[in-house]
Ligand binder design. Sequence first.
Ligand SMILES: Nc1ncnc2c1ncn2[C@@H]1O[C@H](COP(=O)(O)OP(=O)(O)OP(=O)(O)O)[C@@H](O)[C@H]1O
Ligand SMILES: [Mg+2]
Length: 484
Amino acid sequence: MLEVSRLTKRYGGLVAVKELSFSIRPGEILGLIGPNGSGKSTAMKTIMGVEAPSGGSIRLDGVEIGGLPSHKVARLGVGLVFQHSRPLQRQTVLENIMVALLPDRLTQLFAGAEVEARAREIAQRVGLTRVIERRPPTLAFADLRRLELAKAIARHPKLVLVDEPFAGLTASEVADFSALIREFRDEGRAVLLVDHNVKGVSALVDRVLAMYLGEWIAEGAAADVMQDETVRRVYLGGALTRVARPEADFGDSRPLLQVEDVGVLYGKALALQGVSLHVHEGEFVSLVGLNGAGKSTLFNAISGLVPHSGTVRFGGDALRGRSAAAIARGGIVHCPETRELFGDMSVRENLDLGGNGLDDKERGERLEWLFELFPILRSRQAQLARTLSGGEQQMLAIARALMMKPKLLILDEPTLGLAPVILEVLSKALERLRATTPISVLLGEQNVTFALPHADRVYVLDHARVVWEGPPGRFEDEAGAAYL
Ligand SMILES: Nc1ncnc2c1ncn2[C@@H]1O[C@H](COP(=O)(O)OP(=O)(O)OP(=O)(O)O)[C@@H](O)[C@H]1O
Ligand SMILES: [Mg+2]
């Protein structure tokens, strides 16, 4: 159904996709894997006509579609689920799906009853019926991803391109999404799937193609490709090592961060209730919880971004009444799940903003260290942040936070969109940082394979409350059921 041959995409001097060839049959799921920045999203965008190819050919059922504008590609039967959700924020879920269904003729801009019925059918199919009258800003993360899927399948595409459907989803949500994608296949559609959840991809796809630096490096059954020497070296990396220290090792009489009985209400919805936790100086604490459990809300409360009841103390001082800016300058640096990069500024400008409070010498040293950690950022200093790949943006967000020399670093879902090999880099960097500086870390994750190995102590947040606390060694037996 899809035949891509010698596809090439250049951005100035950078070759994002280089002479890539592959094909997909009807009723087949092809997985596309590769490290961050290897050209996976770019390949999808050129097939969809969002980007014009610089060379090569793309055929759909024998018809050349390379270089066609995306609305024509869509009409010919291709749908793309983007890596980032971008719904219409002021329309309901139902309306968002209806927009995708509208015929693209000016004389028929108004939706009839049959369009609404069809939209409801699609919502039902992807599991959005519960929230069909809500607006996107109030939706849980997984529901936003469901909405993207709904929009992409609205027009019955024969080829579905899915970019990172599993990122940020929990194990059971991944299973739900996999079932949906399997249905597409069973209906005879062709599916091209990109994701860094290696387990999720391996279980779902019929075949895997691995890319590196824009080029094809291996292809075949998932199990074989994952064993491939090059794929292991450039993409999978090694296992993370465990390094927990008992709480008694932290001799400070008063923890650096003390959260006492914190509660947050969004309107009538209880987002946090009676949450207490602490982080000692030098300690690494992981806060584990499913999507919607309240992790980001807690971090926002600590950072002074949402009003809350209860007390947050840092170095013994209550933070109530301080602005978010004052809290950040005081040493609590928060790297949010949504990254909040300045998209129209360059990589270097984003980093310099983080290092604004440092003197020139210190800023230079910091920058050098971060460039060693994430070499891609060094070579892309002049690139606009919004044109970076998903994983490159995540690296920049973490690096910018580290530029601020945090006393307490709050990382909210840092693994989102990062290739396994980069997790290993980040893991080692955090280890080295802790060995050489007095930094403390509070990490929020639903991905326990990353949250556990580093943690000295773990809290589990469930439905707005802390339901478990203990060392990572006990987590598996006592609290791991929903996460492992
Ligand atoms: N408009 C652009 N200008 C310059 N470089 C770009 C542009 N768009 C993408 N790139 C670069 O092209 C390379 C490939 O990006 P792409 O988004 O395809 O990577 P990816 O494989 O999807 O990575 P990830 O897994 O991190 O999402 C990246 O290094 C990215 O920075
Ligand atoms: Mg991508």
